[in-house]
Design a protein around this ligand. Structure first.
Ligand code: NAD
Ligand code: UFG
Length: 336
């Protein structure tokens, strides 16, 4: 089948980008990855190719390098950009706010300048529910007040505002910012998934390391939250559902100016819901101990996911059992 055109995926070797590349290819487009591998491994590129059934091109470059970005756009006409490149560790962003601004915000400026030079007018951007700050009401819809509670969140807000201005400056520019809730899981092939370096910050990779015996127990951050079992509630979304959301957004970009759309399931699950599902589905133990709350955490955050359904015809199909099964299959296969 002839390709429908090339799509540049910045951060395409990362956890989410690798899954988006697979869905982009399945929809008949040619994904071109661009990554500096600061938080991912080069071997991911070949594994994406294995899932897709054909080699996938990857340009090793930093989005802040204007010359490299010009070379990337000069090498192949790009129908659109899916912009996933970014640093995302909240704690690190507090220690190194300038690095986060430079990498995420200035990086996006350089990327947009290169797109302008080559007449590329469409972008899907990886935003985050972090732009809503501390939840003021639940579920969180797109009209919820915006605010940053850490430098990482500030970069996402700054980029959304930059994309407003970019879209406003020219009538035929089209942008969709997808505000992800909590992406987890892995591709069913177990060839790609999430493998953070060092001790993970996020719940699912931590649970996986405990189940493998690499860490002694999960510290649950608070057992006295006003939730159904006292532990924190989030909207976990399977990364393959999330990746499909990018393709439907890509295909409807021309009817958008700059639309901001939540990608979540709409269901709130607690830390213990995740732990118990992980143990039941995978037949492994996840020792845990309830400890103090983590600074800056909210009791609960989950999406009103109805705009994605109305606007994109998208809804999550996979549930918690799929998420914990696929996260474990990836972790145990990649150990071989
Ligand atoms: P990831 O760290 O696995 O992937 C990010 C990729 O971007 C990595 O491959 C990294 O090497 C690359 N990258 C970073 N800076 C770069 C630069 N300057 N130039 C080129 N490449 C660069 O993270 P992920 O979970 O796949 O996240 C992808 C995007 O989604 C990020 O923008 C993140 O902020 C956003 N997001 C993630 C989550 C989440 O929980 N995973 C939630 C909301 C939003
Ligand atoms: N949790 C634990 N123990 C852990 C890790 C997490 O109990 O070791 C709990 C947290 O307190 C929270 C839930 O598990 O209740 C989920 O925590 P994560 O760190 O996985 O996810 P968050 O929703 O707190 O944060 C994530 C990203 C942020 C992003 C935010 C909103 O890590 O970068 O979603 O997008 F800003």
């Amino acid at each position: 089948m002839a390709s429908r055109g090339s799509i540049l995926l910045t951060g395409g070797a990362g956890f989410i980008g690798s899954h988006v590349a697979v869905e982009v290819a399945a929809a008949g487009w040619t994904p071109v990855l661009l990554d500096n591998f600061c938080t991912s491994e080069r071997s991911v590129v070949a594994r994406v190719g294995e899932v897709v059934g054909a080699p996938v091109r990857c340009i090793e470059a930093d989005i802040r390098d204007a010359q490299a970005m010009r070379a990337a756009f000069g090498s192949t006409p790009m129908h659109a950009v899916i912009h996933l490149a970014g640093l995302k560790a909240v704690g690190e962003s507090v220690e190194k706010p300038e690095l986060y601004h430079d990498n995420n915000v200035r990086g996006t400026e350089v990327l947009l300048a290169a797109m302008d030079e080559f007449g590329v007018r469409r972008m899907v951007f990886s935003s985050s529910c972090t732009v809503y700050g501390m939840p003021q009401r639940l579920p969180i819809d797109e009209s919820h007040p915006l605010g940053a509670i850490n430098p990482y969140g500030q970069t996402k807000l700054d980029i959304e505002r930059m994309l407003d201005r970019w879209a406003d400056a020219c009538i035929d520019r089209h942008v969709c910012s997808l505000r992800y809730f909590n992406p987890v899981g892995a591709h069913a092939s177990a060839l790609i998934g999430e493998s953070p370096l060092g001790i993970p910050n996020n719940l699912m990779p931590f649970v996986v390391k405990v189940a493998r015996g690499e860490l002694p127990e999960l510290g649950v951050f608070g057992g006295d939250w006003p939730t159904h079992d006292g532990t924190g509630v989030r909207d976990y979304i399977h990364v393959v559902d999330l990746a499909r959301g990018h393709v439907v957004a890509l295909e409807q970009l021309d009817s958008m100016h700059h639309d901001c759309i939540n990608l979540g399931t709409g269901a709130g699950l607690s830390v213990l819901d995740v732990v118990h599902a992980f143990e039941r589905v995978n037949g492994v133990k996840v020792p845990y101990a309830i400890g103090p709350r983590r600074a800056g955490d909210a009791a609960a955050a989950y999406a009103d996911a109805s705009l994605a359904e109305q606007r994109l015809g998208w809804r999550a199909r996979l549930g918690l059992d799929d998420m914990v099964r696929d996260a474990w299959a990836f972790a145990t296969r990649s150990a071989c």
